[in-house]
Design a protein around this ligand. Structure first.
Ligand code: ADP
Length: 581
């Protein structure tokens, strides 16, 4: 038993548990991989749009170059420089302020005397920087890439300030992505305009002024390298230009929305335009546009943040339930196999008990028969009365032997699956019970067992085989003789139980005694083949444990049932239940 349990645990239960655990783990990993993939998709979309926007700013730089050359026309840069602001703004709307600088000397345009507030502010903020008197913190780009500040060296290493290490908008932490990977790579450097221009022809400079980012694009004419022409870009115009480039990938647009955020993480452009987000500062993924437009970001938002989680959870639940269900099936199947094996094992043990019992049963009468037969054959019993008695014993024991063999043959027949003849004629049970009882009456009375019968005057018929009913009754009576003689009573009752709701009802045959009864735990098992209650085994009462098993099979073959019920006041009831005809 213990061995079977260990084998079951090792071969079925533990592997199933391990498999289930692995399946659940891989489910969790799959969910993480799914989330990571989503994040990567969103991040790639943000990166792609951010570089498109950076290219648009570069394009503005090139446009400025063309505008400048057109304004200069055939004139020398020196003569056009003084009216450059007015001419540029008239021709090119992206310019908020146009400027012309003679490097290291003076700002030619806009004029110091220009009454426009924007021109005056431009002077205030940029004059010293433009003519090389002041170094300011800038993000700078030339067409060759990020400006090289090592020649001439302003500082051996560009100064990296901690605030520049991170974006304004910190994207949500995505599972499996290290937080460093989300840091901004943009750095600022302190330099004046002359240093930034160096020997390049054009470039973009972004600087923080107050709480705003200002973008300066500049161009140097090949005709006179001392003059640099440029423009401070108009913010509204710039946003308008960038809006045309902010296109969300249609494949993602169902799941994600996109926005262009300014340096304060305020949405300037939204895709779709109706996109509404509770916290603009917490996008799902984001990309900074670059040195050309620092601290402006392309941010990607989940349109329904609960949905992917709900889908993933539903998926996980479905698979999880499946795994648990399969485990339960394996467990139940294993348990059934285990129970079946255990039943077989118990049956095998009972069979071996049975062989012992039967041998004993056969041996007892055979011994008496042999002994008396020998005595008679050797003429050792002269008294004719004694001889008759001995012959009587031989006949009785031979009858017992044949009953035993018959019982075993009956059982073997039923065991093989041969059905008992199904009865077709309705019979009155009392007409079968009465004569069967009469056969045993005198013997029972000799044993001191009083017979009490209670048969109603009218009883509905049942459809049953009279021989089968007689055999059931005989087996029950024989058990009363074997196990319940002490009660000195045998009660046989018949009763009709109509069932108005379900079918025609039943006729009950009850056989009761006042013997020791059957322990509650054995009340079902006594009907199993070869099963004998321990007390019966110890008492020396012979038996093979087949009588009740056979009786129950006969009852069921008639469409009925045989049950044991404890009797109030001690003893047993054996109840045969047969459906009315
Ligand atoms: P057997 O009599 O050969 O042992 P049965 O199938 O007739 O086999 O009975 C099974 C067991 O049920 C018996 O061993 C006995 O312990 C118990 N039993 C049967 N009838 C009675 C009864 N009237 N009173 C108490 N125990 C009984």
């Amino acid at each position: 038993m213990r061995r079977a349990a260990v084998i079951f645990a090792l071969s079925v239960f533990i592997p199933s548990l391990v498999l289930g655990w692995l399946a659940l783990r891989s489910l969790r990993d799959q969910r993480l991989a799914f989330e990571r993939q989503r994040f990567q998709l969103a991040q790639e979309a943000a990166d792609a749009v951010a570089s498109a926007l950076a290219a648009e700013v570069d394009e503005l730089g090139r446009e400025l170059g063309r505008q400048t050359e057109a304004i200069l026309g055939t004139n020398a840069p020196e003569s056009a420089a003084w009216t450059f602001d007015e001419q540029l703004r008239a021709a090119w709307p992206p310019a908020e302020v146009g400027f012309a600088v003679q490097l290291d000397r003076e700002v030619c345009s806009p004029s110091v005397f220009d009454p426009r507030g924007k021109s005056q502010a431009f002077h205030r903020n940029n004059r010293d920087f433009l003519i090389g008197l002041q170094s300011v913190e800038v993000f700078a780009l030339t067409p060759k890439g990020r400006i090289n500040l090592s020649a001439p060296p302003v500082r051996p290493q560009p100064k990296v300030t901690p605030t520049d290490q991170f974006r304004n908008v910190l994207p949500e932490q995505a599972p499996g992505i290290p937080s460093q990977a989300l840091n901004s790579k943009l750095q600022t450097a302190k330099a004046d305009f002359t240093q930034l221009v160096g020997d390049a022809q054009e470039g973009v400079i972004a600087r923080r002024l107050g709480d705003q980012i200002k973008i300066l694009v500049w161009h140097r004419s090949a005709r006179d390298a001392r003059f640099v022409f440029g423009a401070q870009l108009d913010r509204d115009n710039l946003v308008h230009r960038l809006a045309t480039r902010l296109n969300n990938d249609p494949a993602l647009s169902e799941e994600f929305g996109m926005a262009l955020l300014d340096e304060h993480a305020h949405p300037l452009v939204r895709r779709p335009e109706a996109l509404s987000v509770q916290q603009w500062r917490h996008p799902f993924a984001a990309a900074e546009i670059g040195e050309a437009l620092p601290n402006w970001e392309v941010a990607v938002y989940e349109r329904d943040p609960g949905r992917p989680a709900a889908v993933a959870i539903a998926f996980q639940w479905t698979l999880g339930t499946l795994v648990v269900g399969l485990l339960a099936i394996i467990g139940t199947g294993g348990w059934l196999v285990f129970r079946d094996t255990d039943r077989e094992r118990r049956l095998a043990r009972r069979r071996s008990d049975f062989v012992g019992n039967v041998s004993h049963e056969l041996k007892t009468p055979l011994t008496s028969i042999r002994m008396y037969a020998e005595m008679l054959s050797e003429d050792r019993v002269p008294d004719p009365e004694r001889r008759r008695q001995h012959l009587g014993v031989i006949a009785a024991e031979a009858a017992r032997l044949s009953r035993l063999v018959e019982g075993m043959l009956d059982f073997a027949r039923l065991e093989r699956g041969d059905t008992v003849a199904a009865a077709t004629n309705p019979i009155d049970l009392s007409s079968v019970i009465r004569p069967a009882l009469e056969v045993h009456r005198s013997r029972l009375q000799e044993e001191g067992i009083a017979i009490r019968c209670a048969f109603p005057s009218h009883l509905p018929c049942v459809r049953a085989d009279p021989d089968a009913i007689t055999q059931i009754l005989v087996n029950l009576i024989s058990n009363v003789e074997k196990y319940a003689v002490s009660g000195r009573e045998l009660v046989v009752e018949l009763e009709a139980v109509p069932e108005p709701d379900a079918g025609p009802g039943y006729v009950l045959l009850r056989v009761g005694d006042r013997g020791p009864g059957v322990p509650p735990s054995d009340q079902e098992r006594i009907f199993e083949e070869f099963y004998r209650v321990h007390d019966a085994l110890d008492s020396g009462v012979t038996g093979a444990g087949l009588g009740l098993a056979l009786a129950r099979r006969l009852a069921r073959a008639q469409g009925g049932e045989l049950l044991h019920r404890p009797r109030e006041g001690g003893g047993s009831w054996f109840v045969l239940k047969l459906p009315m005809a």
